[in-house]
Design a binder for this molecule. Sequence first.
Ligand code: FAD
Ligand code: DLZ
Ligand code: SF4
Length: 542
Amino acid sequence: MASPVRPARRSEGRPAQDADPRRGDGDMILIPVLGDQCSEALASLRDVDRGAAVVLMMEVADETRYVKHHKKKIVLILSAMRHFAEHLRRAGWTVDYVALDQPGNSNSFTGEIERAVARHRATRIRVVEPGEWRVRRMIDGWEKRLGVPVDMLIDDRFLCPILTFQTWAQSRRELRMEFFYRDMRRRTGLLMDGDEPAGGSWNFDHDNRRPPRKGTAYPHPMRFTPDAITRDVLALVADRFDDHFGSLDGFALPVTPEQARRALAHFVRNALPDFGTYQDAMATDQRFLFHAFLSPALNCGLLLPIEACEAAEAAYRAGDVPLNSAEGFVRQIIGWREYVRGMYWLEMPGLTDANALGASRPLPEFYWTGDTDMRCLRQAVLSTRDEAYAHHIERLMVLGNFAMLAGVDPKAISDWFLVVYADAYEWVEHPNVIAMSQFADGGRLGSKPYAAGGAYINRMSDYCGGCRYDVKQKTGEDACPFNALYWDFLARHEKTLRGNHRMGPVYRNWDRMEDTQRDAYRSSAKAFLGTLEPAAEGWARD
Ligand code: FAD
Ligand code: DLZ
Ligand code: SF4
């Protein structure tokens, strides 16, 4: 499945030698900046003669509709793009900004590049590698189609270049995140004391599994009142994307780098101290707990991952944040975030269609409506609808876990995840959903499926007390559906999973059960699955 990405021309944040834009010999450089590249630190904006370059930013329907993104995600991207264009103009750049409603807009990246090359008589294109495979394929075709050289620069906002990850992967039999993460700590020097990890341990996860505590005062992520630019975009999205999922009410995400940095400082001060301890907790009506809610800003370029990690480390070194929290946060970013991106480029294009467990059930309708008696799922879907956000454990152990246990087609659940979150781009969504949460890659990314029954959700949340189902009952109409689904899943995939050494103990429990108990699980699961309404067509794609 591995497919190394080797562009014709690519360099570490620098153009190829024969393409030096500073030489001033009549070259006109076109610099496309994509919607998830709203970053002052973008490699294509470095070491360029601003007088001989035009920055091109394009609002195009192909991007706003390739899946029917949550309305808040579209507002975030278009508002961040418009603010960034203003910022670049103030910094002395010539910016050609194509708005969605502009007459003549071809509504595709390639179409807009073609028009801009002609408009500006561009002699070169200088672009940072995109985040998604499909866009990568487009860019690979530009040189031939447009007849001008295209310099594709490494996206060094990420801390591990794609080729470096591929080299790392080639040298390993098992591609486990933990070993990658240790290398990244050494590479970046983050939370290192000389050659040793701060506190003498690489990972403090064993301290990070507390359930929510009654009476806890949770902080709230910083919210930003929409300015005139954002209000314009809100009106545009309300008008043009009314058929997309999600609520526009209360849009308050950071849309500029300055706001994103304030949101980071607010998180470090108010939430990071408890981030580690309650990282896996879920609590009723608490949508953020001690999570950062920074992924929307990180993934569209408003915040650099290294800035976020350095802020966490500084707070730890100042004695304001315990090590289990600082380390946990840094691990999510230089570990998981970089690792899943590396895995995406390693496994594409096959990852999109991976389906190791042969799952084929349509997505249940309640993923779009929240209309289910299962309280944990309802909470997670409503947070998703309102905020374009659910925290990690809701995504993994509630929404993803249910889909895997129910045997939902990985493509259908992957489309759902790509649509509904403000931080969703294929490079991070595919590995997290298709590989991590659905085990559809057959275990390339995770060593075993993240499958759990109701007991896990009950242990890590306060949801079950108020649920119509009884988490303690194993089978029957009132039993928590996760219980029977869990065992039914294990029974269905026994051939594939029994040999996995990490699954040994659960299959031993299955073996110890009476036949009647096993049958009861299977028939309970079957009865419950028979009640699921499949989602209507057209929510995710036109
Ligand atoms: P925190 O919990 O506060 O973590 C801090 C930061 O660590 C995040 O902002 C994020 O940048 C990074 N991070 C943590 N876990 C991961 C991870 N597994 N992969 C990548 N980065 C991580 N993340 C996305 O950014 N986009 C997605 O589309 C996405 N889809 C997911 C789907 C599933 C099924 C699962 C299990 C996880 C998914 N994640 C995704 C990862 C993670 O859930 C989100 O990054 C996180 O919830 C973002 O919220 P936060 O900023 O409050 O994160
Ligand atoms: C997600 C998104 C949306 C909704 N709209 C645009 C857009 O109009 N213009 C743009 O440049 N980018 C947009 N994006 C982000 C892109 O989809 C993203 O940059 C690519 O997926 C990266 O490969
Ligand atoms: Fe979810 Fe089951 Fe608990 Fe209800 S009882 S909240 S369905 S885990």
